[in-house]
Design a protein around this ligand. Sequence first.
Ligand code: ZN
Length: 471
Amino acid sequence: MAQDIQFAWSLYHGYENYKDKHLSNRRFKYSNILPLIHHLKNKNIFTVKKAGESEEGRDIYLISIGSGDKKIFCWSQMHGDEPTATASLFDIFNFFLTENHYTEFKQFLLDKTTIYFMPMVNPDGAELFQRRNIFEIDLNRDAAQKQSPEAKILYSVFEEIKPHFGFNLHDQDRAYAAGLSGKSAAISFLAPPFDYAKTKNESRTKSMKLISEQYNLLSEFIPGHISKYQDDFEPRAFGDSFAKSDSSIVLIESGGWCDDREKEFLRKINFISLLTSFKSIAEESYLTEKIDTYESIPNNEKLMMDFIIRNITVRKFQTKYVVDLGINYEEININNNHSFYYKAKIEDIGDLSVYSGYKELDATGLSLVLGKTYETEFNSVSEIKSVGSSSLLQKGITNLKLNDTEIENKYSPVLFNIILNNKERKEELKEEAVPNFILCDGRKFKYAVINGFLINASSVGKKVSNALIFK
Ligand SMILES: [Zn+2]
């Protein structure tokens, strides 16, 4: 184990040498990975084959390396908006292509294993940055029917390879925590069941042992942030369906990590996780692990929110409450799905003591005042920019009126929300509402929350994420 930990740390420290810089934002598309795949065709150690075509005619590739008996198959992004592991696969290709001090290790792997990769199983979904394929089919519920071409391709390639190990690579909601720890589930693992009784046969036991080993290894980097994915049998899912064969299936879900919205850190963890797994499979070191470790991994619990403000004093009908407020930021795709803006909503109000926030603020002693709209209507954005933000915030203003019929964006170019064309708007404190309010200490303005993002009175002008445009 000590030697494996050392190996994992050396990957951790050397990662920047392998990270594929072409994939720098997680809304990358098929057109971004295609030249990278073509590049591999010219390299001797890789075999690149077209496996089939997506519904919209994008080629889906199978890339392989090595000539050993132990077969490993990794597929990623069957959900179009779950790209983290796809990027890691290209990092792994670079690891094999780059001259480095792992020559001996790489040769050992290539002799012992044959590793197959299918990056971006759902390129049409990735194009729209959506979960489902172009027919609105969730590919991971199409393993039994296999109506979609993407599901057919994945299934037939799996049947042809008959891998000893299969890695099913996904992203999951940032809202999951590792058990009741209050820590985000950065990585979730599952040895998927193949029946409702959740029987542990030999191949599933092997998955559990490998995950046990991974749990110990990754705890070096993300201690307390590893969880076990829900293990209910789902006959329509690929992992569960493949687990029926003699293959050992490992589900890896990249979840949430503080200040890592683009999941670049989790991409690095995937890189380490997969390479150390390959090593373990080649050496069969996982066989000495106990499944008790797997069983003891905390379950995924939906207990994380993006931002929690605790102990706010709220007044309604002369009554005073002290409540916590949970806020989540939804990403709305823009620019042909290459970018996004945030739309915040109030997730919950009340006692949120069981939840943890990626960011938290203790508002003890502060009262909430709902955001107001400034009376004067502006005629241009530059006119707005000439007014001091601080003075408006002091007055409890979160929204400004703008007379402009041209604006098409739905996110504001300034600190404040913008209300177009004299529309009426009244802020509310309720579930699903956009959080727009001021936090005051007595009469003194301390914080503003506009579209869920915190603005500190003492640092107005510091860049915060976007406010909204209400039409
Ligand atoms: Zn998924």
